[in-house]
Every structure is written in C-alpha cells, then in structure tokens.
Write a protein that binds this ligand. Structure first.
Ligand SMILES: [Cu+2]
Length: 508
C-alpha cells in the first residue's frame, strides 16, 4: 500500500501542475484577447463627476453626492486621485457641486458651473416628483490643477442643475439647459463664459430648448451636435428632444433624423468615434422617460461629414442598458461597459469593444463592480480606463474604483515616446522620437464625465508624413473645431496596435 501511494503522489502532483499550467495559459490568452479588470481602491466618496487633469491626476467631485444628510450637514466633497501613486487628497469644496456641468478651458483648467441649491424629495408616487426634485445654483468656479484649488468666477445669469457645458474653438464656454432656482427649466437659457474676464453673459439669440444634460459635441464645422441623449428632466416636447446640428451664431437648427427608438434617449451614451476626422458619432443604449423600466440595446451611427447626415442603426449591444460607459481607446476602438437594465437597479457586469473599422462588437473581460447612475469613466494616460461611482436605488452608493487594462497591454512590448514637444501649434509639423516603428499617432483630449455625458473626449489623428530611424514626422490639424486648444494625451501605436504611455501636449 505504502509503495502504491509513494508511486502515485508524484504522478498526482504532476497532473495538478499540468492542469495549473493549462489554467494559467488559458487565463493569459484570455487576458491577451479580452483585457483585465482590477478593483484598485475605495474612494469612500460619492463621486458623481470625474475629470482627468493635465497633471495626470483625476478630480473626483461629489458635492453632497445625492445624499440629503450630506447636504444638510454642508458636507461637500472633492478628492484628487493620483492613479500612479493610487492615493487620494481632499480638496476644499466651497459649494454643492453635485449635478453641475463642466468643461476644459484652453489652458487645461476645468470650468465647473451650477450645482444643487436644495433637495426636495417628494413622496415616491407624486406626479410632481420628477419636475421639482432639485433646484439649481448660479455658482461658477475654475479648478486650477497647479494649485489644486477652486477659484470663484462671476456667477451665471441662470441657475442650473443638470446643465451641459461645452468649450467652443475660441475658448468660449457655452452653458445650456439645467433646472433653475425654482426647479424649472428656463426655455432658451444659453449663456457664454469669457475666459479672460471670467464672466458669464446671456445669449438670448441662442434661444434653443433642450432636456437636461443634453449630449453635445463640437463638430468640425463649428456647430454643436445634439445626439438626442439626455437625462430625465426638462421639456418633453419632441422639438426639444430632436437630434440635430445647432449653429452657435444664428441659432439655426438642422434636424438629424433616422435615430431608431427615439423615445428611448434618456440615459443613453454618445461618443465621437476615433479618429475625430471621420466625424462619426455613436449612440448607445438608453431607456424610457423618467424611471421607466424599459431600456434598449440599440446603437446608431451618424456620419457628420455628410451634408445631410442621417442616423443609421449600428450593431446591437450585448444587453439592453441605460448608463453605458463608453471610452475611446488609443487604438481607435471603444470600450463599452457596465450599465443598468432597468432604471437604477442594474448590475450589468459585462463589457465589450466596438471596432469602427468592422462596425462590430467583440466581448471584453467582465468588470467586478456593476455601474449604473452617477458612474464615471476616464481614459488614463497609461492606456488603462478608470471607473468611479454607481448609485443604485435600493443599494448603497458604490465608491470602489475599478481599472480596466485593455488587451493591448498584454500584446508585447509597448512603444515608447522618447521625446515630443510639450507645446504644439495647430497646422504645424512636429517630430517625435520613438522606440519602435509607428502605425498611428493620436491626440486624445482628457474626459470630463458626468451622467453619461462627456463633451470633451475625442481622439484626433496626426497623419504621419515620414518615419526614419526612430524619428516620426506628423502634421497637426489646423481646424480648431476638430482640435480645440487644450492639453491632450499624445499616444503612438506600433504595428500591432499596441499604444505607448501618453505624453502630455498643450495644443494652442
Ligand atoms: Cu444625477
């Protein structure tokens, strides 16, 4: 008997070892194809807004964070997260930034305007519930990444809760929509921020009505594109909800039709696909009005380079969802992750990658944490994606930070940018020194994300002119509507579509 056991043990452990090897191999090859998620930290803060700053740090703004207790205690939070050190710093927050709007100024400072004046939680079944839940603020601040502090600017002309802010090519910031100090929406309430005087001025000519948090993008001809995606409150008229192109001088609005299931535009995602030169916008998921339990797996794509652009249906998402996170990656693909099948009870723990060249989705590794309402997604300068916050109705706010490492991080040696200019001028030619032969060069504008809305994120191609002995000459597009002045992450991809770590570049 003893002899038999002694003979079997090495055989058995050999079998274990080979099974382990097989498991490890499968896991590695799975990661190489699908990427990998890690919960890296807990912010212990109800992050509703997140933006990547030119310092590489991330501002996480909660304000009262959808908590009446925090609001009553005047406990307004902002954290700075350093993804390299994985450390948090508290920032003094002088107002309730909860449900403000934000966009970057040409110097890379973040303008944040609006917020919460009052919580008015009415009984669940009240027909008024959605109309008057919250009231807005006129407060406006600049976050300065050099001093890591808020600087007060002139106040807005209109109080806003759930507004959208978007920076135009000349550095003017437009604010539109949002609930006023009475919890109503002022029709045609657009105003402009002047970065030199740091003041806001009403723009009565731009008399255009939108639902709250309208998804707006700056297009190559300078008009703003409204995808139709929005959040929960505001006018219900089909005119206010119509997708289209908005002229910021004349107020002319060219409807863009053909969006399938237009009654399902709430809590949907909108993203300008890479490269931005293609002017293709993707619409993802969404659901019915207010807390309707209905959601859709629809996607649609529109080519804004067409004179008469029309939405066309795209490939379906793996699951119907609200609040899909969508992040443009440096290899031109799009990560689509998380979301909620119903209003705010979803824990859709799946992710997929959209490939613009083939117009198809492929599965990505599933995240560990489900994300719905009040979640935020940002591309990091190292090519990973960080995800913050989630606010389900019947569960507590999820404050864990999870990071996705895309498949390209497991596909061999990454190219390195050995030298690149720190400042470039639109329309110029610049030379980069790189460690490998390069297939593409991209400038990716850092995201500023809230409520499935991010007016900033875009990936602009820098066409390669020539390439010899580790030197790459590229041209910087001239059009400031395509490449608005700001700080960008410069990525280079090798022939296997493996991106470098980004270097920061100021475009003027
Ligand atoms: Cu909200």
């Amino acid at each position: 008997m003893t002899v038999l056991v002694a003979g079997c043990a090495p055989l058995y452990s050999g079998w274990i070892a080979s099974r382990y090897e097989e498991w490890r191999h499968n896991r590695l090859s799975y990661t190489r194809d699908h990427g990998h998620w890690d919960v890296v930290a807990d912010s212990h803060s109800r992050t509703v807004h997140a933006a990547l700053l030119r310092t590489g740090k991330i501002i996480l703004m909660a304000g009262s964070g959808n908590s009446q207790d925090n609001f009553d205690a005047k406990q307004f939070e902002t954290l700075l997260w350093d993804p390299t050190e994985n450390s948090f710093t508290k920032i003094y927050t002088p107002w309730d930034v909860f449900c403000a709007g934000h966009s970057f100024l040409p110097n890379g400072n973040l303008l944040i305007a609006g917020g919460t004046k009052k919580y008015l939680i009415l009984p669940e079944k009240s027909p008024d519930r959605k109309r008057r839940e919250f009231q807005g603020l006129q407060d406006s601040y600049i976050f300065n990444p050099d001093t890591n502090s808020y600087e007060k600017t002139g106040s807005m002309e209109h109080a806003r809760w759930y507004p959208t802010l978007i920076t135009l090519a000349n550095g003017t910031v437009a604010a539109t929509s949002g609930l006023n100090e009475n919890g109503d929406i002022d029709p045609g309430n657009t105003e402009f921020f002047n970065q030199d005087t740091r003041t806001w001025t009403d723009q009565p000519v731009l008399h255009k009505e939108f639902p709250t948090y309208p998804s707006l993008l700056l297009t190559a001809d300078g008009r703003l594109f409204f995808s139709g995606a929005n959040q929960a409150f505001g006018p219900k008229s089909s005119e206010a909800r119509q997708s289209g192109l908005w002229n910021m001088t004349t107020n002319a609005f060219q409807p863009v039709t053909g969006l399938p299931e237009p009654q399902m535009n709430e809590t949907a995602g909108t993203v300008l696909l890479a490269p931005a030169q293609d002017q293709k916008v993707m619409f993802l998921g969404g659901g019915g009005l207010n807390d309707s339990p209905v959601s859709t797996n629809r996607t649609a794509i529109v080519d804004l380079n067409d004179q008469q652009p029309v939405w066309k249906r795209g490939p379906d998402l793996e699951q119907a969802k609200r609040y899909p996170g969508a992040v443009v990656l440096p290899d031109d693909t799009l990560l689509v992750s998380g979301g909620s099948a119903r209003y705010r009870d979803g824990n859709i723990r799946t992710a997929e990658i959209y490939h613009p060249t083939t117009n198809t989705f492929t599965p990505a590794a599933p995240p560990h944490v489900g994300r719905d309402y009040h979640s935020s997604y940002l591309l990091l300068p190292d090519g990973r994606v960080a995800v913050f916050g989630s606010d389900p109705v019947y569960n507590s706010f999820d404050t864990r930070v999870e990071v996705y490492s895309p498949a390209y991080l497991y596909r061999g040696e990454r190219p390195v940018i050995r030298s690149a200019p720190q400042a470039v001028v639109s329309g110029s030619i610049v030379t980069l020194s790189v460690s490998q032969s390069i297939s593409k060069v991209r400038l990716i504008r850092p995201g500023a994300y809230t409520h499935v809305t991010d007016t900033e994120q875009r990936s602009v191609a820098l066409p390669i002119i020539r390439q010899t002995d580790g030197m790459v000459e590229v041209s910087v597009p001239q059009n400031p509507n395509l490449l608005p002045p700001d700080w960008y992450m410069l990525f280079v991809d090798n022939g296997a579509d493996v991106p470098s770590v980004a270097s920061w570049v100021h475009v003027t």
